[in-house]
Design a protein around this ligand. Structure first.
Ligand SMILES: C[S@@+](CC[C@H](N)C(=O)[O-])C[C@H]1O[C@@H](n2cnc3c(N)ncnc32)[C@H](O)[C@@H]1O
Length: 216
């Protein structure tokens, strides 16, 4: 099993470090399109960490059944304490190899998670999530984006995660072409911090046949 990182050591401090660095900006990105997906029924939430988004999703979305997947035992415990167990199934697992139902989800969510992977890892993750998505699925993403001024900040963030979690990834990939290969298109997006932070709502816009056949 290829492990991306071990977030156990930073799990409890994670949100405080985030608030100290970005204030409430990351949580605003995570929740930007929450109302747009209030009708989701089967949700795959990958690498959600301490469950601050999960808690909002459970509160906002009265009918969804949610599969939460995170490698970190401590992150999972924080998420469970925050969001409860009513409609959430918690999986302490690697998103790169957990068994996922084919076409099982109408909503995929990845917040500040694709940035944990190099190009090959992200491609594999995206493929797995896309194949687990049903024909009219949506995908909510928050991410960092490269801007002309961001390299020192991103380098600092990657250094921090390398030291504290063993993260191997050293640079931010562009997730757009990876997701577009499966027929998803951005239907809404918002950015903050002068383009550093993005929230995106993606939906499958192409015929079913295109979705599972990556474009070359
Ligand atoms: C940078 S944190 C982001 C957490 C949260 N999504 C957020 O918005 O802050 C990355 C999270 O992904 C988890 N993670 C990293 N690699 C993973 C993998 N291969 N499979 C599942 N979870 C993983 C970590 O344990 C951590 O909780």
């Amino acid at each position: 099993m290829i492990e991306t990182m071990n977030a156990n050591r930073i799990a409890r401090l994670y949100r405080w470090l985030e608030y100290a660095t970005f204030g409430n900006a990351l949580q605003q990105r995570r929740t930007a399109f929450l109302a747009d997906v209030a009708d989701a029924r089967r949700v795959l939430l990958l690498g959600d960490g301490d469950g601050r988004f999960l808690e909002k999703l459970v509160g906002q979305n009265p009918q969804a059944h949610i599969d939460y997947v995170d490698l970190s035992r401590r992150m999972l415990a924080l998420a469970r304490a925050r969001a409860g167990t009513g409609r959430v199934t918690y999986h302490q697992a690697n998103a790169l190899d957990i068994a996922l139902p084919e076409r099982g989800y109408d909503l995929i969510v990845t917040h500040f998670f694709l940035d944990c992977f190099d190009e090959a890892g992200a491609a594999r993750l995206v493929e797995r999530a896309a194949l687990a998505a049903c024909p009219n699925a949506r995908w909510v993403i928050s991410e960092f984006r490269r801007t002309w001024w961001s390299p020192p900040l991103l380098a600092g963030l990657y250094l921090f995660f390398r030291i504290t979690t063993g993260l191997k990834t050293r640079r931010l990939i562009d997730h757009h072409p990876l997701i577009a290969r499966y027929g998803f298109r951005v239907v809404r997006s918002e950015s903050a911090w002068f383009g550093l932070l993005t929230s995106e709502l993606w939906a499958v816009m192409e015929p079913e046949s295109a979705k599972h056949r990556p474009k070359r």
